[in-house]
Design a protein around this ligand. Structure first.
Ligand SMILES: [Zn+2]
Length: 146
C-alpha cells in the first residue's frame, strides 16, 4: 500500500496497488484507514453482487426485495424472511466463482428457508459444482449456514 497526497479519492487501486491518502492515517490512524478500506470494499461489493443477483434471479425464479452490503459479523450473507439480502463486504475477497455460490445460496433461501433436500436440489440445479465453492467458504471462515 502506498500513502499519497496526490489523489482526490480517499482510496483507490492503481496498478494493482492500494493508494491511500496520507492525511487519513495522519489524522485517524489505523482505525480510520480500516474504515476507508471497508467502505471501498462495500461499494465495490455492492456493484458486483447486484449484477450477480440480477443474473441469477431468472435462474432461481425469485426476486429479492433489496440487496445490501454491510458488516454482518462472521457470516458471508444473510436474509430476512421478507426477502432482503445482505452480504458481507468481505465477499470481495472471494473469487467471482465463489461469490456466485454465495449469491445462489441466498437466492435459493428465498424459496426454501431451511437446508432441506429441496433447497440443495435447487442449488445443485443452478450451480452443479457448488460443493467446490462451499469447500473454499468453509476453509475461509464461513458460518455453517453456507
Ligand atoms: Zn443456508
Amino acid at each position: 500500500m502506498l500513502l499519497t497526497q496526490e489523489q482526490d479519492e480517499l482510496l483507490k487501486l492503481k496498478n494493482r496497488r492500494f493508494c491511500l491518502q496520507r492525511k487519513i492515517v495522519e489524522a485517524g490512524g489505523e482505525d480510520a484507514a480500516k474504515q476507508v478500506f471497508e467502505k471501498f470494499y462495500a461499494e465495490k461489493a455492492l456493484e458486483r453482487l447486484k449484477k450477480r443477483v440480477v443474473y441469477f434471479v431468472p435462474k432461481v425464479g425469485v426476486t429479492p426485495l433489496s440487496v445490501e452490503v454491510k458488516e454482518i459479523g462472521y457470516r458471508w450473507a444473510t436474509r430476512t424472511s421478507n426477502g432482503r439480502l445482505s452480504f458481507h463486504w468481505k465477499c470481495m475477497m472471494a473469487s467471482p466463482k465463489v461469490i456466485d455460490g454465495i449469491v445462489v445460496h441466498e437466492l435459493c433461501h428465498l424459496r426454501y428457508r431451511d437446508h432441506t433436500d429441496a433447497f440443495w436440489n435447487e442449488v445443485d440445479k443452478v450451480l452443479p459444482d457448488y460443493a467446490e465453492r462451499k469447500a473454499w467458504l468453509r476453509e475461509n471462515g464461513a458460518a455453517p449456514d453456507i
